[in-house]
Write a protein that binds this ligand. Structure first.
Ligand code: ADP
Ligand code: ADP
Length: 229
């Protein structure tokens, strides 16, 4: 069975004449270890989909399965617990604690995780082995985002969900960050989904989904995803 399976996800906001359809019946399966990129114009439902798959938001209708667990059947308490244990999130903004070093920011997560890697292992994996004792203000934007990626993967989540991880970065720095995500996917085998506008990452993905108007409008398979250099 797939790592993530969604069936008929619908999400609406508001009611009556002002109802907004963020998702209109989305179904998908993501295989274990797969790297999937979500493309599509602003407002097409990408964040809504990712948030529902990661248990940050609930659908108006439809189901989400994580391995064999039905996420949409969990109450809030279980959903929060599930998210903490099994889902790694990376957002556009890094949300690092300024008074803590890179290592200490990652250690906040490893101290409470069930089967964490060490902060050092996580930071090495994203290429920050030489920056572990730096504070966020001493790091570039791309380096700060890689600390955020290290923090997200250090608990060894079942899935890594990234919502525009390069949105605040120039395109050259963005590629370095996307390569770090692709390396995590390849070396740890973490099932990964990335929302991005950066076409460069499409070549690193196993599959590219293009969303439009609350639906998946196009699916492309990459037979030979390019490993990052
Ligand atoms: P994308 O990530 O592709 O930009 P979103 O998932 O953020 O798209 O949004 C999909 C649609 O749902 C948009 O029309 C957006 O305005 C609407 N939407 C998203 N979140 C909310 C919300 N909390 N309240 C009302 N409308 C929302
Ligand atoms: P709760 O709000 O139920 O206490 P948490 O805040 O602990 O749950 O969130 C659980 C996971 O989801 C954490 O990994 C956290 O980083 C992530 N998360 C939830 N909401 C956000 C958000 N708005 N921005 C960044 N990370 C978030």
């Amino acid at each position: 069975y797939p790592a993530i399976r969604a069936e008929g996800l619908t999400k609406t906001y508001g009611s009556g004449e002002s109802t907004v359809y963020a998702l209109r019946g989305v179904s998908l399966s993501v295989l274990r270890g797969e790297m999937v990129v979500l493309l599509g114009p602003s407002g097409s439902g990408k964040s809504t989909l990712l948030n529902i798959l990661g248990g940050l938001d609930s659908p108006s209708a439809g189901q989400v399965f994580f391995d064999q667990d039905e996420l949409t059947g969990f109450d809030d308490r279980h959903l929060t617990q599930f998210r903490r244990e099994y889902v790694g999130f990376v957002f556009q903004f890094y949300n690092l604690i300024p008074s803590l070093t890179a290592r200490e920011n990652v250690a906040l997560v490893t101290e409470i995780a069930r089967e964490p890697m060490t902060p050092e292992q996580a930071l090495e994996l994203v290429g920050l082995g030489k920056r572990m004792d730096h504070f966020p203000a001493q790091l570039s934007g791309g380096e700060q985002q890689r600390v955020a990626i290290a923090r997200a993967i250090a608990k060894q989540p079942r899935v890594l969900l990234c919502d525009e991880p390069t949105g605040a970065l120039d395109s050259k720095t963005g590629i370095v960050v996307l390569e770090a995500i692709a390396r995590v996917n390849r070396e740890l085998g973490t099932t990964t989904m990335v929302i991005t506008h950066n076409a460069a990452i499409a070549n690193m993905a196993d599959r590219i989904l293009t969303m439009g108007d609350g639906q998946i409008q196009r699916t492309e398979l990459n037979a030979h995803p390019c490993a990052p250099a």
